[in-house]
Design a protein around this ligand. Structure first.
Ligand SMILES: [Mn+2]
Length: 426
């Protein structure tokens, strides 16, 4: 399905137009003393992990409209990510969710990953729903539960995830804790935090020294009065309590409307505690839409902080793990993921074009208008030829979504897997 040769052939009719646009942009940027190839190379190097749980059609609590051809097994999920990576060469790793993706045959899986040129970047635990075989319920919390037996079960589940991660070479263990309360008075605020910190410490101790624990925060949902880890400050304090291998994970959808996410990113970089990203698009809350679909300027400003941090010798933050965390309710999930990665690369490219020396000078001189104009100048540059050139140079499709459609991928997946195949996930 969509081999490299096929992708190469699909590029041919697009090359002439691409060369014209790329050469125009190269000349334009040369006038601003920007060399294009180093920017293209950084785009080629940039990789975003694809979540196993976003390859099937997502839904809301009101329902779901499956598209057909969804991956029915972990092997088929890996095959789908391999296909995405053949198209854009920017998605060479996959995030797994336990228990949805428990590996049955580890050596066979490792072989498939190797042949596909993929790695597992992160294992994600799940204590936000009860599994059939588990003795205790998470209805009133997991790592923060008032019951020691429930906490122990949740800790054990996380340690199992760490073990799977070790087997599959994943060096990240991600914890998103759905614990919280729905009513005032339901939960003792400080004791719930303390129990969570102690539970996380038990998991942290079970991790190998080269593994990082990412702690994700979320202000509301599934609980609507309080969440035990509602904000970056709580995540950050837990990381400090645990040790240097604990880092904060920023999920773009996990903020209240109008939160200045780029400022949070800058703060965490300053503290050396920014561990990872879950990219998605959000209008109101945890909407899980296509990254960059509704707030492209915000995405650019976030990348502006990341690039600024990466270029500042004073910033000692370790490498950041970039991951998508989304749910595709309307679009074909694979097309949505291709769009998300493209929007992420575009925002990154624009951030790389910011004239940092001029920006710093404007900031130091309190030249508000000049500083803003410098950012707008980069943001308003049409960088699509740079992203397409990165795809081309790394062997991908000049236009991944068009190639996906021309290759009739969805129709083939439906033929292979059936119209009613269902994937585990959100
Ligand atoms: Mn997330």
């Amino acid at each position: 399905m969509l081999t490299n040769d096929h992708i190469h052939d699909l590029n041919q009719p697009l090359l002439d137009d691409h060369h014209f646009r790329f050469s125009y942009l190269t000349d334009l940027l040369a006038r601003r003393s920007v060399e294009v190839q180093p920017v293209v190379q950084q785009l080629i190097n940039f990789q975003v992990a694809i979540p196993s749980w976003a390859l099937g059609t997502g839904g809301t609590r009101f329902g779901r409209y499956p598209l057909g051809g969804e991956p029915r097994s972990l092997e088929e999920k890996i095959a789908d990510v391999a296909l995405l990576n053949r198209l854009n060469r920017s998605s060479n790793s996959i995030s797994l969710h336990i228990p949805w993706d428990i590996p049955r045959d580890v050596p066979a899986l490792q072989q498939q990953l190797k042949e596909s040129g993929l790695t597992i970047d992160s294992m994600n635990s799940n204590t936000f729903q009860d599994q059939k075989e588990q003795p205790y319920s998470y209805k009133f919390g997991s790592l923060s539960s008032t019951e020691a037996s429930v906490r122990q079960q949740a800790i054990q589940h996380n340690i199992e995830c760490v073990e799977y991660g070790k087997q599959l070479g994943a060096n990240i263990h991600t914890v998103w804790l759905a614990d919280g309360s729905n009513f005032p008075g339901q939960q003792h605020v400080r004791r719930a935090y303390q129990r969570t910190a102690e539970s996380l410490a038990s998991i942290y101790e079970a991790m190998p020294s080269d593994m990082t624990m990412l702690i994700e925060y979320k202000p509301y949902e599934p609980h609507f009065y309080s969440m035990v880890i509602p904000d970056w400050g709580t995540s950050y304090s837990l990381c400090q309590y645990l040790g240097k291998n604990a880092q904060v994970l920023v999920d773009l959808g996990h903020h209240l409307p109008n939160t200045n996410i780029e400022q949070i990113v800058g703060r965490l970089l300053h503290f050396g505690r920014l561990g990872g990203f879950h990219f998605n698009g959000s209008m109101y809350g945890d909407d899980d839409l296509t990254t960059g679909s509704s707030k492209p300027f915000q995405l650019f400003l976030i990348f502006n902080e990341l690039v600024d941090g990466a270029q500042d010798q004073a910033v000692t933050n370790a490498a950041v793990a970039y991951m998508i965390d989304a749910s595709h309710n309307t679009k074909d999930p694979l097309e949505d993921l291709l769009q998300s990665v493209e929007n992420i690369l575009g925002a990154y490219a624009k951030a790389l074009l910011v004239d940092r020396a001029a920006l710093q000078e404007a900031q130091e001189n309190n030249d508000v208008v000049r500083a803003e104009e410098i950012l707008r100048d980069a943001f308003l540059t049409d960088v699509r030829p740079l992203v397409a050139e990165a795809y081309r140079q790394s062997g991908g499709a000049l236009n991944p979504v068009a190639a996906y459609r021309a290759g009739q991928v969805r129709q083939q997946l439906i033929q292979q897997r059936g119209k009613l195949s269902l994937s585990t996930g959100l």
